[in-house]
Design a protein around this ligand. Structure first.
Ligand code: AMP
Length: 215
């Protein structure tokens, strides 16, 4: 099964991508994580992406499409499909993905939109923490760590993401509304869009996603 996750920043895509990865053995491809890793390592991709990310803006489509092509073509032996989080974020990316899948003999089954009002997303982003080591996401409200502010998996101290600052959050949400909402219509027309209520605890939202995938 091949799935795309959509939803404004803070709607819980990263957390749900990880749940889907574990439960359905999907390969999780998170463009935001891949880009942050590239920036940290100082690779060519990181250098190209950095200035856009620091402004809360989108990285140019072709850079992202090349990255996705590389990841989708990688060995899929132990996986039963993929889940894409943070991609596609523009219409050209969605069209590029369709062409890429066609070329590689694959197809997309569902685009799942995690629906969350902007005010709720803002509140969540303010409480969002991430493990600097394994990049697991937490939220003080919906998905808190089991112990203090430490990662459940590697016990490292959790930190805030550098683009989770108030002004950048507002920009990222605006960018979503302007550039990514048309992607929702694109999948709606293809009959692949499934809208899931993204409010509530992470495991409850996951049950809703599984229910949609079973239909
Ligand atoms: P995320 O972790 O998905 O919120 O992504 C963090 C940042 O990485 C975004 O604000 C963008 O600057 C960049 N980014 C991630 N995915 C994409 C994409 N599909 N297209 C363009 N830029 C992206």
């Amino acid at each position: 099964m091949n799935v795309v996750l959509l939803g404004i920043p803070g709607s819980g895509k990263g957390t749900q991508a990880n749940f889907l990865k574990k439960r359905l053995k999907l390969k999780a491809i998170l463009t935001g994580d891949l880009l942050r890793e590239a920036v940290e390592k100082g690779t060519k991709l990181g250098e190209d992406a950095k200035e856009f990310m620091e402004k809360g803006d989108l990285v140019p489509d072709q850079i992202i499409l090349d990255l996705i092509e590389e990841k989708i073509k990688e060995q899929q032996k132990n996986f039963s499909g993929f889940v894409l989080d943070g991609f596609p974020r523009t219409l050209p990316q969605a069209e590029g993905l369709d062409l890429l899948l066609e070329r590689t003999g694959k197809s997309l089954d569902y685009a799942i939109k995690l629906n969350l009002p902007k005010e709720r997303a803002l509140k969540r982003l303010e409480g969002r923490l991430v493990c600097p080591f394994c990049e697991a996401f937490y939220n003080l409200e919906t998905n808190p760590p089991k112990k203090d502010l430490l990662c459940d998996f590697c016990a490292k101290k959790l930190i805030r993401r550098s683009d989770d600052k108030k002004d950048l959050i507002a920009t990222r949400i605006q960018v979503y509304q302007k550039k990514t909402e048309p992607v929702e219509d694109y999948y709606q027309k293809q009959g692949k869009l499934k809208i899931v209520d993204g409010d509530g605890k992470a495991d409850l939202v996951f049950e809703r996603i599984l229910a949609v995938l079973k239909k």
